[in-house]
Every structure is written in C-alpha cells, then in structure tokens.
Design a binder for this molecule. Structure first.
Ligand code: SF4
Length: 353
C-alpha cells in the first residue's frame, strides 16, 4: 500500500513525498526490497532517463588535512597509511584528465584534502581547471573544502561548472563525526557555491552508524539544498581512523537507502561513489537498478575502485547507455540513435503543494 501511494505521488501526481509517506515505505521489511527497488528504478527512468553519467576523480593534494572527520584517512590527526603529497604538477593533473576522457567519462573532479583553499592553492587549482578544459573539453568540478564567496566567484569565473561539498552525515550525527568544523559550515559553503553560479554536488557517506530514520533525515536535508547531484558513498572503514572498527552496511540496507534517496530526490543525479564495491559486492548491478544514475569510475580518493572496463561491461549488461556528453543540449546515443540528454534538473518539475 505504501509503495502504491509513493508511486502515484511521484509518477502520476508528480509531487514530492511527505515525510510520513517515506517513513511508511522505509518501514517495509527488507524482504520487500525488490518492490522498492523496482519503484525507485521507474522513478529514475521517469525523471532522469536511462543514461548513466560517469565521472572520475583526481586526489590532487593528498593527506595532512587539519580537520578530524572520523571516516577520513587523509586527516593529519590519525595514523593512517595514506599518501601525503602537495598539489600535483599541472602535467600530472592533465594526464589524469586525458585518461578520464579516454574511458568515456565526461566529468573530471579535482579534489584536495584541505579545510579550505589558501590563495596559492586556489591559484594552482584555477590554472589546472583552465588547462583541463582547454585540452580535453571535459567538464571540470572541484572539491576544495570550505569556501568564501570571493573564492567561489573566482572558481565560477574560471569555468568550474560544479562544486562538490558533501554534508557527509545527517545533521544530528555530524558532531560525532567531526569537531573541527560544523554541519552549518558545510551548508554555508554549499550555498556560497550555488550563489556564485556553480551547480552543487553534495552528498555524503552512509554507514557511519546512523539509524535508518537519520538516513532519511539526511536525504531530506540534502534535498533542501536542491543539489544537481548527490554522491552516495558507503563507508569502507579505513584502518587508523576512529571508524576503523565500524561494520559494513549490509548490501540490502545500502540498496534500501539508495532507493529511498531516489524517492526523496526523484530528479537529482545520484552518483554511486566510494565503497560501492565493498558494500554491494555481488549486488553491484542492483545499485543502478535501485535509483542511482551516475558512477564514479576508476579509483576513489584513497581506495581502489573497479576498472572502467568492468563498469562499462556492467552498463552494457544492464542495457544502460553511457551519457555521451555533459550538459543540456548534448545528446546521448543508444540503440535507438541520438536523443537529447536529460536535463540536470528534473525534466518534469515536481509540484510542491
Ligand atoms: S573529509 Fe575532507 S575535510 Fe575532512 S579530514 Fe578528510 S580531507 Fe579533511
């Protein structure tokens, strides 16, 4: 019954689900997961289309971060074996961007492990952004931590299309995860990035110890920011971090969460990111049938991912075309020929009552 109500709301009435409606769906036993997954997939197709967008990351400055995010092996406060290096040479960034383009990805995200960028680093990032755009045509995103408005304006002027700044955890859980900055600091940067004209990419990590109810809170909190994209990481506990002993989410819990995120944010790009191999395991393909429509390909910031060839084979097997090029006005090509790529915003706007 609760799934039928959700289906009618999202696919016929085109309205967002209320919290009570989502709670009713979340209360279904995990044995009913196939029905929830099927609905999430229908919603994804109706709002976003069948394409899957691929993005690759470069960890352009690794480790030695002064912050204390409990899941992160790049914090200088924990004894981890993560590589520590300063901002890479421009040649290295460009080489990584060329590899990204070669595997069919259209998005390239420059990530640095800092609280926020100081002037010298920001200038280097802007040089890298301009070089990558000029030489590869890739869309460039950045993830540089907390921003001030003038920094965001400079990134936007340099052509950064999208800024990644994850909220990381539900508001109620965040103080247990990080003490060196606040959840509100993160929300403020997300807003600053949007105000500067960049698209917002903001998600987080599931499996930090949050309850199902908090996971749902988190999806609603993210939806309030109206991001164009939400990366969903699944905690892969890193040795040496305070969360090293945290157990993995079960694959079914992870799929339930992905599907609920899709129902709560029907038109947002949901990108499966770090930890998907480890947590979903044999059910890897189901992540893309449970509402996700984008992937990080290649390696993550501090962990290894699947090879791009494996992900292309997975998409082929699922009959899901790879988004051919970024942005509105571009086309994707599948067995039926070229057709317009879905807009980054919901194709068919939700009616908010
Ligand atoms: S998540 Fe980001 S801000 Fe937090 S410790 Fe890691 S690199 Fe630093």
């Amino acid at each position: 019954m609760s799934l039928a109500i959700a289906e009618r709301a999202l696919l016929e009435e085109r309205r967002p689900l209320t919290r009570a409606e989502v709670d009713a769906v979340a209360a279904l036993p995990l044995d009913d997961l196939p029905d929830l997954v099927a609905l999430a997939h229908k919603v994804r197709l109706a709002y976003c289309g069948p394409e899957v967008e691929l993005e690759s990351l470069i960890n352009a400055k690794s480790g030695a971060c002064p912050e204390d995010c409990a899941f992160c092996s790049q914090s200088a406060r924990f004894e981890t074996e993560v590589d520590v290096y300063a901002f890479l040479d421009l040649d290295e960034v460009l080489a990584a961007a060329r590899s990204t383009a070669a595997v069919g990805a259209t998005q390239f995200c420059i990530v640095v492990a800092v609280r926020g960028p100081e002037e010298r680093l920001l200038r280097k990032v802007i040089d890298a952004v301009e070089l990558v755009q000029r030489e590869t045509g890739l869309e460039v995103a950045c993830s540089l931590g907390l921003l001030r408005p003038e920094q965001a304006a400079r990134l936007a002027a340099a052509g950064v299309r999208r800024y990644n700044h994850n909220l990381e955890a539900p508001r109620a859980v965040f103080p247990e995860i990080c003490t060196t900055h606040t959840w509100e600091d993160r929300v403020a940067t997300a807003q600053i990035a949007k105000d500067a004209g960049m698209e917002l990419c903001s998600g987080g990590i599931l499996g930090l110890g949050e309850t199902l109810e908090q996971r749902i809170d988190f999806a609603f909190e993210l939806a309030e920011l109206d991001p164009c994209e939400v990366p969903i990481n699944l905690l892969d506990p890193r040795p040496g971090t305070p969360l090293a002993e945290q157990g993995l989410m079960s694959p079914r819990e992870a799929l339930q969460a992905i599907a609920l995120f899709r129902l709560i944010m029907p038109g947002t790009w949901l990108r499966l990111a770090g930890g998907r191999e480890k947590v979903l395991g044999e059910l890897q393909a189901l992540g893309l049938l449970a509402g996700a429509n984008a992937l990080i390909v290649g390696n993550y910031l501090t962990t290894l991912g699947r090879t791009p060839e494996e992900d292309h084979a997975l998409l082929d097997a699922l009959g899901m075309p790879v988004a051919e090029g970024p942005g509105e006005g571009r086309f994707v090509i599948d067995a039926d020929g070229p057709h317009p790529m879905p807009a980054r915003r919901p194709n068919i706007p939700l009616t908010v009552e």
